[in-house]
Design a protein around this ligand. Structure first.
Ligand code: SF4
Length: 337
Protein backbone atom coordinates (compact mmCIF):
# COMPACT_ATOMS: atom_id res chain seq x y z
CA UNK A 1 0.00 0.00 0.00
CA UNK A 2 1.47 3.40 -0.90
CA UNK A 3 1.10 6.50 1.27
CA UNK A 4 -1.76 7.97 -0.80
CA UNK A 5 -3.77 4.72 -0.43
CA UNK A 6 -3.07 4.65 3.31
CA UNK A 7 -4.60 8.11 3.63
CA UNK A 8 -7.40 7.31 1.21
CA UNK A 9 -7.00 10.20 -1.22
CA UNK A 10 -6.01 9.14 -4.69
CA UNK A 11 -5.10 11.44 -7.58
CA UNK A 12 -8.35 10.75 -9.50
CA UNK A 13 -10.45 11.34 -6.34
CA UNK A 14 -8.70 14.64 -5.71
CA UNK A 15 -9.14 15.66 -9.34
CA UNK A 16 -12.85 14.94 -9.15
CA UNK A 17 -13.14 17.01 -5.99
CA UNK A 18 -11.27 19.98 -7.48
CA UNK A 19 -13.07 19.80 -10.85
CA UNK A 20 -15.82 22.04 -9.46
CA UNK A 21 -13.29 24.93 -9.48
CA UNK A 22 -13.00 24.72 -13.26
CA UNK A 23 -9.24 25.36 -13.16
CA UNK A 24 -7.26 23.74 -15.95
CA UNK A 25 -4.05 23.35 -13.91
CA UNK A 26 -5.58 20.55 -11.79
CA UNK A 27 -4.65 17.84 -14.33
CA UNK A 28 -4.63 14.15 -13.40
CA UNK A 29 -0.83 14.21 -13.25
CA UNK A 30 -0.79 17.26 -10.96
CA UNK A 31 -3.48 15.73 -8.71
CA UNK A 32 -1.55 12.47 -8.43
CA UNK A 33 1.48 14.40 -7.30
CA UNK A 34 -0.63 16.41 -4.82
CA UNK A 35 -2.20 13.21 -3.45
CA UNK A 36 1.27 11.79 -2.69
CA UNK A 37 2.38 15.03 -1.02
CA UNK A 38 -0.86 15.22 0.98
CA UNK A 39 -0.34 11.67 2.22
CA UNK A 40 3.26 12.43 3.20
CA UNK A 41 2.17 15.58 5.05
CA UNK A 42 -0.47 13.61 6.96
CA UNK A 43 2.09 10.96 7.90
CA UNK A 44 4.62 13.54 9.10
CA UNK A 45 1.93 15.54 10.88
CA UNK A 46 1.16 12.50 13.03
CA UNK A 47 4.86 11.77 13.62
CA UNK A 48 5.59 15.37 14.68
CA UNK A 49 2.39 15.71 16.74
CA UNK A 50 1.53 18.71 14.59
CA UNK A 51 -1.68 20.48 13.60
CA UNK A 52 -2.19 22.56 10.48
CA UNK A 53 -4.28 25.71 10.59
CA UNK A 54 -5.19 27.28 7.25
CA UNK A 55 -6.71 30.62 6.32
CA UNK A 56 -9.74 30.80 4.00
CA UNK A 57 -7.54 32.39 1.29
CA UNK A 58 -5.18 29.42 0.96
CA UNK A 59 -4.85 27.20 -2.13
CA UNK A 60 -7.60 24.53 -2.39
CA UNK A 61 -5.11 21.65 -2.06
CA UNK A 62 -3.94 23.09 1.28
CA UNK A 63 -7.49 22.66 2.65
CA UNK A 64 -6.95 18.89 2.23
CA UNK A 65 -4.22 18.79 4.91
CA UNK A 66 -5.68 21.39 7.27
CA UNK A 67 -7.12 20.43 10.66
CA UNK A 68 -9.00 23.70 10.63
CA UNK A 69 -9.83 26.29 7.95
CA UNK A 70 -11.18 29.69 8.93
CA UNK A 71 -10.85 33.45 9.17
CA UNK A 72 -8.48 35.37 11.45
CA UNK A 73 -10.76 35.31 14.49
CA UNK A 74 -11.50 31.59 14.23
CA UNK A 75 -7.83 30.79 13.64
CA UNK A 76 -6.76 32.88 16.64
CA UNK A 77 -9.22 30.99 18.86
CA UNK A 78 -8.10 27.66 17.45
CA UNK A 79 -4.40 28.46 17.86
CA UNK A 80 -5.01 29.46 21.48
CA UNK A 81 -6.84 26.19 22.19
CA UNK A 82 -4.30 23.79 20.66
CA UNK A 83 -3.30 21.50 23.52
CA UNK A 84 -2.63 17.98 22.25
CA UNK A 85 0.08 18.94 19.79
CA UNK A 86 3.67 20.15 19.90
CA UNK A 87 3.77 22.01 16.62
CA UNK A 88 1.40 24.38 14.80
CA UNK A 89 2.05 24.75 11.08
CA UNK A 90 0.35 27.95 10.01
CA UNK A 91 -0.77 28.08 6.40
CA UNK A 92 -1.47 31.78 6.16
CA UNK A 93 0.68 34.90 6.35
CA UNK A 94 3.33 36.04 8.83
CA UNK A 95 1.17 38.17 11.15
CA UNK A 96 -1.27 35.26 11.55
CA UNK A 97 1.49 32.85 12.57
CA UNK A 98 2.69 35.52 15.01
CA UNK A 99 -0.80 35.68 16.49
CA UNK A 100 -0.72 31.91 17.03
CA UNK A 101 2.64 32.22 18.82
CA UNK A 102 1.43 35.15 20.95
CA UNK A 103 -1.59 33.14 22.15
CA UNK A 104 0.10 29.76 22.48
CA UNK A 105 3.81 30.27 23.29
CA UNK A 106 4.28 26.67 24.50
CA UNK A 107 3.90 25.34 20.95
CA UNK A 108 6.44 25.58 18.17
CA UNK A 109 4.75 27.72 15.48
CA UNK A 110 5.97 27.31 11.91
CA UNK A 111 5.28 29.39 8.80
CA UNK A 112 6.16 27.39 5.65
CA UNK A 113 7.40 30.43 3.70
CA UNK A 114 8.82 33.62 5.21
CA UNK A 115 7.93 35.60 2.08
CA UNK A 116 4.25 35.27 3.04
CA UNK A 117 3.90 38.84 4.31
CA UNK A 118 1.12 41.42 3.91
CA UNK A 119 1.01 44.94 2.47
CA UNK A 120 -1.50 46.00 5.10
CA UNK A 121 0.64 44.79 8.02
CA UNK A 122 3.66 46.50 6.42
CA UNK A 123 1.89 49.87 6.35
CA UNK A 124 2.56 50.50 10.04
CA UNK A 125 5.27 49.87 12.66
CA UNK A 126 5.06 49.82 16.44
CA UNK A 127 7.30 52.88 16.57
CA UNK A 128 5.16 54.94 14.18
CA UNK A 129 2.02 53.97 16.09
CA UNK A 130 3.57 54.97 19.44
CA UNK A 131 4.40 58.42 17.99
CA UNK A 132 0.91 58.98 16.57
CA UNK A 133 -0.70 57.81 19.78
CA UNK A 134 1.35 60.25 21.89
CA UNK A 135 0.40 63.10 19.52
CA UNK A 136 -3.33 62.30 19.62
CA UNK A 137 -3.42 61.81 23.38
CA UNK A 138 -2.69 65.52 23.74
CA UNK A 139 -6.02 66.20 22.01
CA UNK A 140 -8.09 63.18 23.11
CA UNK A 141 -7.17 62.25 26.67
CA UNK A 142 -9.44 59.20 26.63
CA UNK A 143 -7.95 57.87 23.36
CA UNK A 144 -7.84 54.11 22.85
CA UNK A 145 -6.03 52.26 20.08
CA UNK A 146 -7.74 49.37 18.33
CA UNK A 147 -5.65 47.44 15.84
CA UNK A 148 -7.03 45.16 13.18
CA UNK A 149 -5.26 41.80 13.64
CA UNK A 150 -3.62 42.26 10.23
CA UNK A 151 -0.57 43.91 11.82
CA UNK A 152 2.70 42.85 13.42
CA UNK A 153 3.21 41.86 17.06
CA UNK A 154 4.94 45.23 17.69
CA UNK A 155 1.79 47.08 16.61
CA UNK A 156 -0.48 44.83 18.65
CA UNK A 157 1.78 45.51 21.66
CA UNK A 158 1.05 49.26 21.31
CA UNK A 159 -2.74 48.67 21.14
CA UNK A 160 -5.45 48.58 23.80
CA UNK A 161 -7.37 45.92 21.91
CA UNK A 162 -7.25 44.07 18.62
CA UNK A 163 -10.18 43.27 16.34
CA UNK A 164 -10.93 41.25 13.24
CA UNK A 165 -13.28 42.10 10.38
CA UNK A 166 -15.85 39.82 12.05
CA UNK A 167 -15.94 41.74 15.33
CA UNK A 168 -14.55 45.24 14.57
CA UNK A 169 -17.86 47.07 15.09
CA UNK A 170 -18.55 45.22 18.33
CA UNK A 171 -15.06 45.95 19.73
CA UNK A 172 -15.26 49.67 18.87
CA UNK A 173 -18.73 50.01 20.39
CA UNK A 174 -17.71 48.19 23.56
CA UNK A 175 -14.30 49.76 24.23
CA UNK A 176 -14.26 52.32 27.06
CA UNK A 177 -13.64 55.49 25.05
CA UNK A 178 -15.44 57.75 22.57
CA UNK A 179 -12.26 58.46 20.61
CA UNK A 180 -10.51 55.58 18.92
CA UNK A 181 -7.41 55.44 16.76
CA UNK A 182 -8.10 52.54 14.40
CA UNK A 183 -5.11 50.99 12.57
CA UNK A 184 -4.01 50.09 9.95
CA UNK A 185 -6.90 49.58 7.45
CA UNK A 186 -8.54 52.81 6.30
CA UNK A 187 -11.39 50.97 4.52
CA UNK A 188 -12.34 48.90 7.55
CA UNK A 189 -12.09 52.09 9.64
CA UNK A 190 -14.56 53.84 7.31
CA UNK A 191 -16.94 50.88 7.51
CA UNK A 192 -16.75 50.83 11.32
CA UNK A 193 -17.36 54.59 11.39
CA UNK A 194 -20.57 54.06 9.38
CA UNK A 195 -21.78 51.62 12.06
CA UNK A 196 -20.73 53.57 15.17
CA UNK A 197 -21.35 56.98 16.74
CA UNK A 198 -17.81 57.08 18.15
CA UNK A 199 -15.04 59.23 16.71
CA UNK A 200 -12.80 56.97 14.64
CA UNK A 201 -9.39 58.28 13.62
CA UNK A 202 -7.94 56.08 10.93
CA UNK A 203 -4.48 55.12 9.66
CA UNK A 204 -3.77 55.28 5.93
CA UNK A 205 -3.15 51.61 5.22
CA UNK A 206 -5.04 49.22 2.99
CA UNK A 207 -5.01 45.68 1.70
CA UNK A 208 -3.85 45.88 -1.90
CA UNK A 209 -6.08 42.92 -2.81
CA UNK A 210 -9.38 44.44 -1.65
CA UNK A 211 -8.49 48.06 -2.37
CA UNK A 212 -8.11 47.39 -6.12
CA UNK A 213 -11.68 46.05 -6.53
CA UNK A 214 -13.84 48.71 -8.23
CA UNK A 215 -17.61 49.35 -8.14
CA UNK A 216 -17.68 49.02 -11.95
CA UNK A 217 -16.52 45.38 -11.74
CA UNK A 218 -19.21 44.52 -9.18
CA UNK A 219 -21.93 46.47 -10.95
CA UNK A 220 -21.23 44.67 -14.24
CA UNK A 221 -21.91 41.24 -12.65
CA UNK A 222 -24.95 42.54 -10.75
CA UNK A 223 -26.52 43.77 -13.98
CA UNK A 224 -25.68 40.59 -15.90
CA UNK A 225 -27.12 38.20 -13.28
CA UNK A 226 -30.43 39.45 -11.83
CA UNK A 227 -31.14 38.28 -8.28
CA UNK A 228 -27.50 37.57 -7.45
CA UNK A 229 -26.56 38.22 -3.80
CA UNK A 230 -23.46 40.38 -3.46
CA UNK A 231 -21.25 39.55 -0.45
CA UNK A 232 -18.49 42.08 0.19
CA UNK A 233 -15.55 42.06 2.62
CA UNK A 234 -15.23 45.26 4.71
CA UNK A 235 -11.60 45.75 3.59
CA UNK A 236 -13.10 46.90 0.26
CA UNK A 237 -13.57 50.57 -0.61
CA UNK A 238 -16.69 52.37 0.52
CA UNK A 239 -18.09 52.70 -3.04
CA UNK A 240 -17.86 48.90 -3.37
CA UNK A 241 -19.52 48.31 0.03
CA UNK A 242 -22.45 50.41 -1.16
CA UNK A 243 -23.27 47.73 -3.75
CA UNK A 244 -23.37 44.90 -1.19
CA UNK A 245 -26.37 42.87 -0.03
CA UNK A 246 -24.24 41.97 2.99
CA UNK A 247 -20.88 43.18 4.32
CA UNK A 248 -19.27 40.16 5.96
CA UNK A 249 -16.02 38.60 7.15
CA UNK A 250 -14.93 35.53 5.18
CA UNK A 251 -16.34 32.97 7.62
CA UNK A 252 -19.59 34.92 7.89
CA UNK A 253 -19.78 34.70 4.08
CA UNK A 254 -19.52 30.90 4.33
CA UNK A 255 -22.35 30.78 6.88
CA UNK A 256 -24.47 33.24 4.89
CA UNK A 257 -24.07 31.24 1.66
CA UNK A 258 -24.97 27.97 3.43
CA UNK A 259 -28.03 29.36 5.22
CA UNK A 260 -29.42 31.69 2.54
CA UNK A 261 -32.31 30.57 0.34
CA UNK A 262 -30.50 32.24 -2.59
CA UNK A 263 -28.40 30.08 -4.89
CA UNK A 264 -26.32 32.70 -6.75
CA UNK A 265 -23.65 34.78 -5.05
CA UNK A 266 -20.99 37.24 -6.07
CA UNK A 267 -18.11 36.85 -3.61
CA UNK A 268 -16.11 40.06 -3.35
CA UNK A 269 -12.90 39.18 -1.52
CA UNK A 270 -9.73 37.15 -2.13
CA UNK A 271 -10.32 34.27 -4.61
CA UNK A 272 -9.44 31.50 -2.13
CA UNK A 273 -12.79 31.95 -0.40
CA UNK A 274 -14.72 31.37 -3.63
CA UNK A 275 -12.74 28.14 -4.05
CA UNK A 276 -13.69 27.03 -0.54
CA UNK A 277 -17.36 27.84 -1.19
CA UNK A 278 -17.39 26.02 -4.53
CA UNK A 279 -15.94 22.92 -2.86
CA UNK A 280 -18.19 23.01 0.22
CA UNK A 281 -21.48 24.02 -1.41
CA UNK A 282 -21.33 22.58 -4.96
CA UNK A 283 -25.11 22.85 -5.41
CA UNK A 284 -24.97 26.69 -5.39
CA UNK A 285 -23.35 29.10 -7.85
CA UNK A 286 -20.50 31.40 -6.87
CA UNK A 287 -19.30 34.11 -9.20
CA UNK A 288 -15.93 35.71 -8.66
CA UNK A 289 -15.19 39.43 -8.45
CA UNK A 290 -12.13 38.49 -6.56
CA UNK A 291 -8.39 38.99 -6.67
CA UNK A 292 -5.50 36.75 -5.68
CA UNK A 293 -3.29 37.63 -2.73
CA UNK A 294 0.23 36.84 -3.85
CA UNK A 295 1.35 36.45 -0.23
CA UNK A 296 -1.30 33.87 0.67
CA UNK A 297 -0.46 31.91 -2.49
CA UNK A 298 3.21 31.62 -1.48
CA UNK A 299 2.21 28.75 0.79
CA UNK A 300 2.25 25.49 -1.17
CA UNK A 301 1.87 21.81 -0.31
CA UNK A 302 5.61 21.31 -0.91
CA UNK A 303 6.38 24.22 1.42
CA UNK A 304 4.12 22.78 4.12
CA UNK A 305 5.82 19.39 3.73
CA UNK A 306 9.30 20.92 4.07
CA UNK A 307 8.10 22.92 7.04
CA UNK A 308 7.21 19.68 8.83
CA UNK A 309 10.31 17.86 7.60
CA UNK A 310 12.84 20.50 8.68
CA UNK A 311 10.73 22.23 11.35
CA UNK A 312 11.01 25.57 9.59
CA UNK A 313 10.44 28.55 9.72
CA UNK A 314 9.94 29.05 13.42
CA UNK A 315 8.13 32.19 14.62
CA UNK A 316 9.77 33.93 17.55
CA UNK A 317 9.56 37.36 19.20
CA UNK A 318 10.80 39.14 22.34
CA UNK A 319 8.79 38.00 25.38
CA UNK A 320 8.03 41.59 26.40
CA UNK A 321 6.38 42.26 23.02
CA UNK A 322 4.52 38.94 23.14
CA UNK A 323 3.04 39.64 26.58
CA UNK A 324 1.83 43.13 25.60
CA UNK A 325 0.42 41.91 22.29
CA UNK A 326 -1.33 39.06 24.09
CA UNK A 327 -3.09 41.56 26.35
CA UNK A 328 -4.56 43.32 23.28
CA UNK A 329 -5.65 40.02 21.73
CA UNK A 330 -7.21 38.81 24.98
CA UNK A 331 -9.07 42.09 25.30
CA UNK A 332 -10.52 41.40 21.84
CA UNK A 333 -11.58 37.88 22.84
CA UNK A 334 -13.23 39.25 26.04
CA UNK A 335 -15.00 42.13 24.27
CA UNK A 336 -16.22 39.93 21.43
CA UNK A 337 -17.40 37.07 23.66
S1 SF4 B 1 -5.35 39.56 1.45
FE1 SF4 B 1 -4.64 41.62 1.94
S2 SF4 B 1 -4.70 41.72 4.18
FE2 SF4 B 1 -4.78 39.54 3.59
S3 SF4 B 1 -2.65 38.89 3.60
FE3 SF4 B 1 -3.11 39.50 1.49
S4 SF4 B 1 -2.43 41.65 1.43
FE4 SF4 B 1 -2.61 41.12 3.58
Amino acid sequence: MNAAQEYELTGPALREKLAVLGQTDYTLEACEQYADTIAEIKRLKAARRAVILAHNYQRPEIFEVADFVGDSLELARNARDVKNADVIVFCGVHFMAETAKILNPERMVLLPDLRAGCTLADSITGEALAERKAELKKVYRDLRVVSYVNCTADVKAESDACCTSANAVKIINRIDSDNVLFVPDQNLAAYVQSESTKNIISWEGNCYVHHQITPAEVDKVKRAIPGIKVLVHPECRRDVLELADAVLSTSAMVRYAKESAADKFLVVTECGLSDRLLMEIPEKHFYKACKLCRFMKMITLEGALDSLRYLRYEIEMPEEVRVKAKRALERMLELSA
